[in-house]
Design a protein around this ligand. Structure first.
Ligand code: SF4
Length: 371
């Protein structure tokens, strides 16, 4: 057994490069024994070994079908309470015709992926979701449809009196190819109860539902919303739990750390946060994601909308291997005044500028072309 002071960069790289999965105690040990620069160095070398030089992204178009929600998560600036439906002009539900128009715009934009999420809206039926999914596939044949967060699927199952399996079987028949992986937030229940409300499922249920979808052959991303009231230990615990789920029942296509954007959120108004997380924490999160999860989930995705473009480039040199997508028509982060936009040319430029190779991919992380 080596003395702790010998647990340097080379020790951790040699352990991780043979595919060892760190326990939470080992992750803590690694985090405390390496500086940020050293963590990023190991993460960068591991990324080269696990993924190579390519940085991928999808040409993605977002459709947010409704912002009415039965939950009222303090981290969310997007929702309008369902109980004030009819008494406000801030809420909306897209009709199938509206979705058809959005799908037409996605087609014009050359989308390889359509991403559909919304609030917990008890007024929408299973048939509504089936209709919007099949409409998207009718308008944009060949596109991959990444639809709904795991808590949304669980909510729809509960309000319609169906099992997760029954709901997912019907949605897949209507055109759903993958789940989005959203709504994981932070699994630690003490943190989770400060940032969500009881309508949103627990971390344990999120993982249980994900494993049901994966066992049915429906893959999806995994996420974590960080940078609010959590501690670094909660972040590492979240990563270890997702990685262990992937080892039990594979199905996660990527891990996407989502930096919390506080503007217009109840959490900011309650004074529980004072602003976004600092860049050194962001970079530590991406490096830890590569080191803790990369052996089981090779795609560690950097969502430039939540992180910002400049710091995203740095994160791509410290563990990241994917830029998520173009996120055309994004509204969830837009509700926090992060009205970030991009083009495929800009993403290609961001990737080439750091000496890496851009690739357009589909939802399943198959490369479609090298621009
Ligand atoms: S995060 Fe999702 S579940 Fe929570 S209030 Fe917002 S839309 Fe509703």
């Amino acid at each position: 057994m080596k003395a702790p002071e010998t647990y340097g960069v080379d020790y951790w790289f040699s352990e991780l490069s043979v595919g060892r999965h760190l326990s939470l105690a080992e992750a803590r040990e690694m985090n405390s024994s390496l500086s940020l620069y050293e963590l990023m160095d190991v993460a960068s070398r591991l990324t080269s070994r696990q993924v190579g030089d390519v940085i991928s992204y999808a040409i993605s178009y977002n459709i947010n079908y409704s912002n009415y929600c039965e939950a009222s998560c303090p981290i969310c600036a997007f929702y309008v309470p369902i109980k004030i439906k009819g008494k406000t002009d801030r809420g909306y539900e897209l009709s199938v015709r509206d979705v058809s128009v959005e799908a037409g715009r996605a087609k014009e934009a050359g989308a390889t992926e359509i991403h559909i999420v919304g609030g917990f809206n008890p007024d929408l039926s299973l048939e509504y979701y089936e209709s919007i999914f099949s409409e998207v596939k009718r308008i944009v044949p060949g596109v991959t449809l990444k639809a709904l967060t795991i808590p949304e699927i669980d909510f729809i199952a509960r309000v319609t009196g169906n099992s997760i399996r029954e709901v997912v079987n019907r949605f897949v028949a209507a055109g759903m190819d993958a789940h989005t992986g959203g709504g994981a937030e932070i699994f630690n229940p003490e943190v989770r109860k400060q940032i969500t409300t009881p309508e949103k499922i627990s971390g344990e249920k999120w993982l249980e539902d994900a494993e049901i979808l994966h066992s049915m052959g429906v893959p999806g991303n995994s996420t974590m919303t960080y940078g609010h009231v959590e501690k670094l230990d909660d972040i590492m615990d979240h990563m270890v739990r997702i990685r262990d789920s992937q080892v039990r029942v594979p199905g996660f296509l990527s891990f996407i750390p989502l930096k919390f954007s506080p503007e217009n959120t109840p959490l900011l108004k309650m004074g529980k946060v004072s602003g976004p997380s600092p860049a050194d924490k962001d970079l530590r999160v991406f490096a830890l994601a590569r080191l803790i999860m990369g052996g089981a989930i090779r795609n560690i995705s950097v969502y430039w909308v939540s992180l910002g473009k400049g710091i995203s480039q740095v994160a791509l040199n410290g563990g990241g291997s994917d830029l998520v997508g173009t996120a055309f028509s994004e509204k969830i982060f837009g509700a926090t005044n992060r009205n970030e936009e991009t083009t495929t040319e800009e993403l290609d430029h961001m990737i080439r500028e750091i000496g890496r190779v851009p690739a357009v991919r589909d939802t399943l992380y198959n490369v479609i072309r090298y621009p």
